[in-house]
Design a protein around this ligand. Sequence first.
Ligand code: B16
Ligand code: MG
Length: 217
Amino acid sequence: QKKGFIFDLDGVIVDTAKYHFLAWKKLAKSLDIDFTEEENEQLKGVSRVRSLEKILSWGNKTISEEKFTELMAKKNDDYLSHISKMDENEILPDVPRILNLLKENKQLISLGSASKNARTILERVHLKENFNAIVDGNDVSKAKPDPEVFLIAAELLHTKPEDCIVFEDSVAGVEAANIVNMISIGIGSEEVLAHADYVFKDFTEISDTFIKSLIKN
Ligand code: B16
Ligand code: MG
């Protein structure tokens, strides 16, 4: 039996949140806005446009459309300068073990990320070949918690949504998976991801037996 295993990127496969933070922090500073790590937490899984809108509203700033576009490009250039230095050492613990186990058991694997830089990042950390399908911020028009990203992934894998399992670190991502009856596995804190079917601190806590049970059910 083939199941579709869908992985979010940031916070699940790699921790790019720290680079988003550096880039947003620099941009906020240029606007005289104080941007904190707690605020950065709230941008996890949130699209680039929506992230800038939130930062501006936290700082009580309004800017022209032109300036908005300019700042978005600036943020991304800065973010890309960090990403370009990434390598396989930045893959989060035990992610390769889980990917290999799924591959050995002939399961289908997709990425389901909000990031428009997902393909670049997967290439940097040499994981791109592990994915049967990649769905990212370039492929969707509606952001999580809309399930569009995961539904496209299921379609590309030729699996029914209810035969898909989603690994997510964001509340919005867990909601998105739940809406379309996918099994949601939260990666992070149990309090934050209370709506997930299962929650693990990270992949080191996920056993081979657990993965095999998902394949069989
Ligand atoms: P980009 P994910 C998300 O990735 C990040 O969590 C979020 O902080 C970021 O704003 C978003 O991607 C868009 O990223 O600017 O690279 O297009 O968690 O959905 O993999
Ligand atoms: Mg994420």
